[in-house]
Design a protein around this ligand. Structure first.
Ligand code: ADP
Length: 599
């Protein structure tokens, strides 16, 4: 019974220690240690007041409190006379030492706090970066965003309040020990009172913990709903379904408000009942001391002083604990989410990839998603180095899946993909992907400078600047640069708003040229452009043809006329292959596609 109670106690109050400790390590212990010294010197400086008073009024030795006797013994031990002056000096030393520890405490706690939030964010960034793509696409994006923004801040609040609980608990222990030293009987009576009040408050806490977890969960759900709301706004608006959806949103919002109100009601109850309860216990304790044990009030004065401090800390513990519980749900939520993410981490190992000489080859590759239906089937093809291969086919025929297989984002369910004869998964995938470039319809533009967007934050030295200007000239973006007074430092804005669609595509090509990509995948790269701009981009692509292996996935057949070979896909299989002219002759399907697009 006691063992299970103890287990329950440790689980309730120390469960999060492991979580906080895993981020802070020794820092967590230092915070506790400094707290101990703060309270120790606070108690010591307080303990000098009574002796000071007694010495100043020259109380007879029989009436002196135990604290005065302790101090007298201590001073005797170091051969110092007990006088108002020596006690004053001791008091000042204690107060100043406490001030030093106070400073260390505030400063170190702020440092540990900042460190904690930094570690937490970095951990999430690392975790998300290392997720397997196939798993990533299944995760709710709203949940990821909510975790690294809102929930991280909530966890930091949980940590701050938890530390406050720990710190004030240490204060309580130190004050109670001091009280014990000055009056054991009185201290025991008050402690019994404190235990009774703990039972009373315990009930309220368990309710608020459950509530807090539900609120955190609902908040996370709300962020996800809001994300979907904005993402699908066009559809909701055009189809007049926005009303239904916003009703769903409003329900969640009201629900959260109701739960929050309940939680606040509990907090109000704790806040208002605390002081009267504490004072009642003290009054009872003093009554017992004076009337039952026939003690004097002066004998309990030092203890009262320590208890006054201890109760202050006790109130802080309760306040901080209630505040902690408000955020404790986030700790659990993020812990669970982290566990989920951990199972989806891509294993990056194997030998370093440095480049290839001959070919990238698909050997009887099949791929299926969880539903088991092959979306690529028995696909075999040799992508010769520096050739330009186009993959065409109806929407859903498996083109993007093949591009994802090339980059290793997806793993074949059957067959192998080799590069110069070595399975690509035997290489460290990151080193392999460093040589891959990807340009798709939705261009990747960061809200940063043109230089950083192209060089991916490479150091701005003379050599890099020269290469930057070279690739810029090659894709014909130097005009854009010349028009800007900021030159390469021109900010491109969110999603590159200051650029036209064509310029953004040129930027994407420039980036791959700067990176010295080996395999360039163009996934419907020019589909969103008007035919004039498309022709200009096509010229860019034509100019790099032969200098890298290019895989073009295209809808518009005009862009693939010059490809060395074209693969016509149907239901994940190669229906026909050959040059543009060959296919026009040998594939009816291709010929009809060409006819439809009037090329
Ligand atoms: P394409 O690029 O030719 O339009 P895709 O390679 O994108 O075709 O898709 C091939 C098939 O795989 C389609 O039938 C599509 O519905 C299916 N598919 C794509 N992504 C997923 C996914 N995450 N889960 C299940 N099926 C998918």
């Amino acid at each position: 019974m006691i063992k299970s109670k103890l287990k329950e106690f440790v689980k309730t109050y120390f469960k999060q220690v492991a979580f906080f400790y895993s981020y802070l390590r020794a820092r967590f212990l230092y915070v506790i240690l400094i707290s101990f010294f703060v309270s120790l010197f606070d108690a010591l400086s307080l303990s000098v007041f009574i002796p000071l008073f007694e010495i100043a009024t020259d109380a007879s030795s029989s009436k002196k409190s135990s604290l005065t006797n302790y101090l007298q013994d201590a001073l005797n031990y170091v051969n110092l006379p007990i006088s108002v002056n020596s006690v004053l000096v001791i008091m000042l030393v204690f107060f100043f030492t406490k001030a030093v520890f106070r400073y260390a405490d505030v400063y170190y706690r702020a440092y540990a706090n900042a460190y904690f939030i930094k570690k937490l964010r970095i951990k999430f960034v690392n975790l998300i970066s290392s997720l397997e793509y196939n798993e990533f696409i299944k995760i709710d994006l709203g949940k990821i965003q909510n975790s690294i923004t809102t929930e991280v801040v909530n966890i930091n609040s949980a940590y701050t309040h938890y530390i406050s609980v720990v710190q004030n608990s240490i204060f309580i222990i130190v004050y109670i020990v001091m009280s014990f030293l000055s009056n054991t009987k009185f201290t025991l009576i008050v402690i019994v009172g404190a235990v009774v009040s703990k039972v009373f408050f315990g009930k309220i806490y368990s309710n608020s913990k459950i509530l807090s977890f539900t609120i955190a969960q609902k908040n996370s759900n709300l962020s996800s709903l809001l994300m979907q709301f904005t993402n699908n706004f066009k559809y909701l608006k055009s189809t007049a379904t926005v009303g239904n959806y916003s009703l769903k949103l409003k329900d969640t919002v009201s629900d959260i408000e109701n739960q929050q109100l309940k939680l606040n009601k509990i907090a109000a109850r704790v806040l208002s009942t605390r002081e009267p309860i504490v004072i009642s216990f003290l009054a009872i304790a003093i009554y017992i001391q004076v009337n039952v044990f026939n003690g004097t009030l002066s004998a309990v004065l030092p203890s009262l002083m320590f208890f006054y401090r201890a109760f202050n800390s006790f109130m802080n513990v309760q306040l901080s604990w209630t505040a902690y519980l408000k955020y404790a749900g986030s700790v659990k939520l993020v812990e669970d989410f982290e566990t989920d993410l951990r199972t989806c981490v891509e294993k990056i190992s194997g030998k370093q990839y440095t480049g290839f000489n001959d070919s990238l080859e698909f050997k009887e590759v099949s791929f299926h998603y969880k539903n088991g239906v092959n979306v690529v089937e028995d696909f075999s093809f040799k992508f010769k180095k520096n050739s330009t291969i186009a993959i065409v086919g109806k929407s859903g025929s498996g083109k993007t899946t093949i591009s994802n297989l090339v980059t290793g984002l997806l793993k074949p369910s059957k067959g192998v993909i080799t590069i110069d004869g070595t399975n690509i998964f035997d290489y460290n995938l990151n080193s392999y992907r460093e040589k891959i470039g990807l340009i798709s319809q939705e261009t990747v533009v960061f809200n940063d400078t043109l230089y950083n967007n192209i060089t991916f934050w490479a150091e701005k030295n003379a050599e890099n600047l020269k290469r930057f200007n070279l690739v810029l000239a090659k894709v014909g973006l130097n005009d854009f640069l010349d028009k800007s007074s900021d030159q390469e430092d021109i900010m491109l804005g969110d999603h590159g708003v200051v650029m036209s669609g064509g310029q953004r595509q040129r930027l994407s090509i420039a980036r791959e040229l700067f990176k010295q990509t080996e395999i360039l995948i163009l996934d419907e790269a020019t589909s969103a452009l008007d035919s004039h701009t498309e022709r200009l981009i096509q010229e860019n692509i034509d100019s790099i043809k032969g200098s890298m292996t290019i895989i073009i996935i295209a809808h518009r057949l005009s862009t693939i006329k010059k490809a060395d070979s074209i693969l016509l896909l149907k239901d994940g299989k190669i229906e026909a292959s050959g040059t543009f002219d060959e296919l026009c002759v040998k594939s009816e399907m291709f010929a009809s596609m060409v006819a439809l697009q009037e090329i």
